[in-house]
Design a protein around this ligand. Structure first.
Ligand SMILES: *Cc1c(COP(=O)(O)O)cnc(C)c1O
Length: 380
């Protein structure tokens, strides 16, 4: 670990964004949602999750997510504790029958493949990789019962279109999509997926600790066929138990009440403003500001070469070798602009910018001007 001396560079106040949170997860939580939480603080926090007020919010989260994602009839929203990482473990027990295929193109998509590879009860997964900054394509294969895709690879800023593998019928294999950083911000057709799962500390602008999964009838059927006692599973990871509890607007064990409240606030805000189309257009404006700036800049360039694969929610921008991106992020942090650091394991001279629906497109444009200011000061 090297400690960076942070150069004393003050960014003029009129250049600064109104809100300096650009993290890719946890990400900016809207001040209005936090004020609403504070407003109900003493009647909400510290109350039972088995009583009507909390169950009503769980019901609202389930129906709000179904509305936002425009789920077809028959799809159900499940939820449980432990975030996306716990959901991967649950999927190892309760969604994959024998053999899965994984598109691995960054830290998160590779982690799910790794969890499957370590499971003694499953066949070794079919893992298709591509270099960071790109995504591989699905290859329909004999005997594959689950295809694992990632809507937005948060570590590299690569987004992919969601389609069932060519020639694979909807009831032949499940398509399971890690949508942790895309859900509620990127358009897709739910008919092309069976499990669209996420944790709410990214595009849904809440806090971590929870997983949510929109499941098609085929996915619900698979959960029923694999659930214990048919296959042993730790109860906290048992999707059958999660299904029963979700249908009763509960979780198997105690959830974080603040997280539930904040997810509900964000879903209401998104649905009330025009839903997924609106959110996607808003993120599109932020992304146009960031990538447009980077393309025009002589010290910055978009990391993802193919514009079609550039994420509209997590922007990765390489900086010229003459400026150290870590120093730029540190100077930004000293000026109240936080979490623009590159994903550490990617090891690039890069900034990474969360452009989720909660982030103001004008603030992204302001951030670009601030980076220009810092680069100019560092290279002067
Ligand atoms: C953040 C992230 C995860 C991990 O989520 P946790 O809730 O921390 O387990 C998984 N997948 C993607 C795409 C992510 O962005």
């Amino acid at each position: 670990m090297t400690t960076i001396e942070v150069p004393d560079i003050r960014i003029p106040t009129d250049l600064l964004p109104a809100d300096g949170r650009f993290g890719s997860g946890p990400s900016k939580v809207r001040p209005e949602a936090l004020a609403a939480l504070a407003g109900v603080g003493v009647t909400w926090m510290g109350t039972s999750h088995r009583q009507a007020p909390v169950k009503a919010v769980v019901a609202s989260v389930r129906s709000g997510l179904a509305e936002l994602l425009r789920l077809p009839a028959g799809y159900e929203v499940l939820l449980g504790n432990g975030g996306t990482t716990a959901f991967w473990d649950a999927a190892v027990f309760g969604l994959i029958a024998d053999h899965s295929q994984h598109l691995a193109f960054g830290e998160f998509s590779s982690k799910f493949a790794g969890a499957v590879a370590a499971a003694p009860h499953l066949e070794a997964p079919d893992v298709i990789e591509s270099p960071p900054g790109t995504h591989p394509e699905v290859r329909a294969g004999e005997g594959i019962d689950l295809y694992a895709l990632t809507h937005n690879e948060t570590s590299t800023g690569v987004a992919m279109a969601l389609r069932r593998p060519a020639g694979v019928a909807a009831d032949e294999a499940l398509v399971a999509v890690d949508a942790t950083s895309a859900a509620g911000a990127v358009l897709f057709d739910p008919e092309e997926v069976d499990v669209y799962y996420l944790a709410p500390q990214k595009a849904l602008a809440a806090d971590g600790g929870l997983w949510l999964a929109a499941c098609s009838p085929a996915a619900v059927d698979r959960i029923g066929r694999l659930r214990s006692p048919k296959r042993w599973c730790p109860p906290s990871l048992d999707l059958g138990i999660a299904l029963d509890n979700s249908r009763a607007d509960q979780t198997y064990n105690t959830p974080a009440l603040a997280t539930l409240f904040l997810v509900d606030q964000q879903l209401r805000w998104l649905n009330g403003n025009g839903g997924l189309e609106w959110a996607a257009a808003r993120c599109g404006r932020s992304a146009a500001a960031l990538y447009g700036w980077a393309e025009a800049s002589d010290h910055a360039s978009p990391f993802v070469a193919d514009p079609a694969q550039r994420s509209p929610v997590v922007g990765t921008v390489d900086l010229d070798a003459s400026v150290d991106a870590g120093t730029v992020s540190a100077v930004l942090r000293a000026n109240g602009i936080v979490d623009t650091d590159a994903y550490r394991k990617l090891g690039r001279n890069q900034v990474r910018v969360g452009m989720f629906p909660a982030v103001e497109p004008d603030d992204v444009a302001a951030l670009c001007a601030c980076i220009d200011h810092v680069v100019a000061a560092l290279t002067a």
